[in-house]
Structure formats: C-alpha cells, structure tokens
Design a protein around this ligand. Sequence first.
Ligand SMILES: [Zn+2]
Length: 234
Amino acid sequence: MSMVSVARMPLNRALIFLGPPGAGKGTQSKRVAQRYGVPHLSTGDMLRDAIGRGTPLGQIVRPIMERGDLVPDDLVMKMVEERLSEPDFSKGFVFDGFPRTLPQAEQLDRILERKGFGKPVVIDFQVDDGELLRRLSGRWTCSVGGEIYNVNDAPPKVPGVCDADGGALVQRPDDRPEVVKERLAAYQRQTKPLADYYRRQGLLDTVNAAASVEDVGRALGEIFRRAEGRDGHL
Ligand SMILES: [Zn+2]
C-alpha cells in the first residue's frame, strides 16, 4: 500500500510525529518508516520492552509508566542517544512520540546537528480529548506480537485472541481509562509547548488526526511534498 506518492529517495533526516496518545502516530509513523526503509523509533515501545525484559531501566520506569507519568528526560535521552549511535540510523529515521518535553527537543537538536542531519520535519497530530478517550480505553494489545486492536473500531475475530498469532490480548496498564485521563493531562502540560517550539523554527506542519487512516496518510504525503519543495529533498 502506497500512502506517500513521492518517488522513493533518501530521507537523511528525522521525521518527528507529535500528538497525544491515541492520535494514530504509531500507525502512520510505521508506514512512513517502511516506505523509506528507515528505522521507526518509539520511545514508548522501547520503554515497554525494557519493562517486559526486566532490565535495570525497566525496573526504574515501570512504576512511573503505570501511574501514567512521563519518564524523566535523562533516562529517555540516554536510551535514545544509545539507539541513535547504531549504524542503521545513518539514512534518517522516524520518531514516534518523541521528543516529549522541551529539554528533550533541545537536546535532540544538538544530537542531530552533531551527527550532521538537516532540520527535521515535524508533524503535529491534532484530535480532541473525547475522541482520544474513546480510542484509547478500547485498546487491547497482543501479549505475543504486540498487534493492537480496538473493541470499538477494530475488534479481533475472536474476543480476547490475536488474529495474527493467537496470543492473548491484554489491556496495557496505561490504556485503562483512569490512566488515559492522566496521560492526556500530562501530554497537554509537557508536550504541547513542543509544537510552539517547532512552529517558531518554521518546522511544524499539522494534520487532522480525527480523519481516517487513509486521509491522514494522504495529508502526510502532501506535507512531505511541500517539505521536499522547501529544500530540495525530503
Ligand atoms: Zn499477536
């Protein structure tokens, strides 16, 4: 499926997808990463993986994430910088849900500059809280393959069982309604200022993330074409 109708070309930069949990950043950013053959970096997935494996980092962040709080900047940045040092990042990459705070964004700018990347393309996924609550509190995740279902919009064929691999579906602690509300509040408090930070630099584009997956994909394609026109390559 082709959602970005530009010719395939080197990325050579970071794409940053901003937006509250449940806005659809994960789906779109994975598609774009696949389209350009570059890594998809979700700090949320990396942290959950650390928790699942019981690493020292995982043990520190587990209670923080279960409360719905944001993980401290120093822990996230250490994890990201280690990951960015791996060779598969040389051609560009897609960030999903990172950076989350102004200090993270400023530190990321320094890392990108040091590594010789151009300015990132930043896309803000906009959608209202009522729709987000509906999406998130219906979300169940496969305990084997990580596939995501939604009891309202995209239920599995058999309740509680993954279509792809038969894994048990579980509701992540941070998708429970009371935690979802706290996650949205934390987003408003700490991540909203990022949109202003990137807008001031002329790097911010927005999409209406309440639209369908296909329509959001098309809107992203238009943004990438405009970005390419700005400086000759995406
Ligand atoms: Zn599965």
